[in-house]
Design a protein around this ligand. Structure first.
Ligand code: ASP
Length: 307
């Protein structure tokens, strides 16, 4: 059997054991395990990396603990505006949506953009129209309501500040997955509610191909999490790929250089997950922690939160 790999993240930031209860920690790890399982099952049966990253991200979007889909943070106006992207390393095709409301699984809408339109990125009402056209499920505001997240908003609503998910324990929320399938194809997907109290239709790095999400079979697949503005300016995901393509760096070297040197220099906090043809995943972050997990072939799944 050819080798295959799935890696996922559920956000990075100042996540310390002190900021966590045993119960909460168990739930987070469980959420990660379920997502890993969803992706792994597809890969082990010979399914595509695209299907695996979609399935893993859907699981994370449906879990209220993570800032994407159901668990998305509140905007200044008390809404949920979600961003997502997916990229196929084999064909180089990509789809993305920004600022969509009510869509249960934005990653599936990003995939529709790729599969059913000639475009790469749709936003707001137009993207929602495409979702309706293809009968993607929508949910009511109650589905997306979370008391903890609402409190996060109330605490900074009167300010001009935006806040990454759980700024008190400073967790960056976003979810993502990268995969290598048995056919040797790579794929990446990312989905997020963005930042608490965001205004003016702010869009982060997650749906921007090359910034928060990127995949190319000849280099790697990458999904990022962290302070989006820094990741956009540094074109993080594509930078990892370029260092491999043009400078001959290994995936590990490229990830270390981008996250631990280049991003840090600009003040960009966060991390990324990545995989290349070797199937050995990289899960790199310059913050205190990152919700993350991976599974290579049928080896034991690994999930972790802290450094
Ligand atoms: N990168 C996301 C954004 O800026 C947030 C995050 O990863 O926590 O929208």
């Amino acid at each position: 059997m050819k080798s295959f790999t799935i890696a996922i993240h559920g956000g990075a930031g100042t996540i310390s054991p002190e900021s966590m209860t045993a119960d909460k920690e168990r739930l987070y790890l469980q959420g990660l395990e379920q997502a890993l399982h969803a992706g792994h099952q597809i890969l082990s049966e010979g399914g595509s990396a695209m299907d695996a990253v979609s399935a893993a991200v859907v699981q994370l979007e449906d879990c209220p603990l993570f800032n994407a889909g159901r668990g998305s943070v509140f905007t200044h106006e008390g809404l949920h505006e979600m961003d997502a992207a997916i990229m196929d390393g084999n064909s180089g095709n990509a789809g993305a949506v920004a600022g969509v409301q009510g869509v249960r699984n934005p990653v599936l809408l990003a995939r529709l953009v790729m599969d059913k339109t000639e475009h790469v990125m749709l936003h707001g009402k137009g993207a929602e129209e495409l979702a309706r056209l293809h009968h993607l499920p929508f949910e009511t505001p109650e589905y997306f309501f979370d008391a903890y997240r609402y409190e996060q908003l109330q605490s900074i609503r009167h300010t001009e500040n935006t806040q990454l998910d759980h700024s008190k324990d400073k967790k960056f929320g976003t979810v993502g997955a990268v995969a290598l399938d048995q056919q040797g194809n790579l794929a990446a997907a990312t989905s997020t509610g963005g930042m608490t109290n965001k205004r003016f239709s702010r869009i982060g790095d997650s749906p921007i191909i090359g910034a928060g999400t990127y995949a190319a079979n000849h280099t790697c697949a990458v999904s990022c999490t962290g302070h989006g503005e820094y990741f956009i300016r540094s074109v993080v995901a594509y930078d990892v790929s370029c260092l491999m393509e043009y400078k001959g760096l290994t995936l590990e070297e490229a990830c270390q250089k981008v996250v631990m040197e280049k991003l840090l220099k600009t003040g960009g906090e966060g991390g990324l997950i990545a995989v290349d043809k070797s199937g050995i995943p990289q899960l790199v972050f310059n913050s205190e922690g990152m919700y993350r997990g991976y599974r290579v072939n049928s080896e034991k799944p690994v999930v972790a939160i802290y450094k």
